[in-house]
Design a protein around this ligand. Structure first.
Ligand SMILES: [Zn+2]
Length: 83
């Protein structure tokens, strides 16, 4: 597993501004990081396709112009009740 310090850019939008959100209860196992631009958040122990820009699927990647054109955040739908 890569060390958290190896993370230099957001896997989704390639922004270098990453914020450390949380660490594993056992020190050094994983960290939760968040991108300051697109707000994508991930745990460093997740698969490379979720944590590494070079392994991130093309359809999941964002570019700066994509973010500038994203004018609306989808609303969270109401709860469906007890299942
Ligand atoms: Zn991002």
């Amino acid at each position: 597993m890569p060390e958290p310090t190896n993370y230099t850019v957001c896997p989704r939008c390639e922004c270098p501004r990453l914020e450390h959100v949380h660490s594993s209860p056992v020190p050094g196992v994983w960290d939760v990081l968040q991108c300051a631009r697109c707000l994508y958040m991930w745990r460093t122990s997740e698969p490379a396709r979720r944590t590494r820009r070079e392994a991130c699927p093309e359809g999941f990647r964002l570019r700066e112009e994509d973010l500038a054109a994203a004018v609306e955040t989808p609303a969270v739908p109401p709860l469906r009740g007890t299942l």
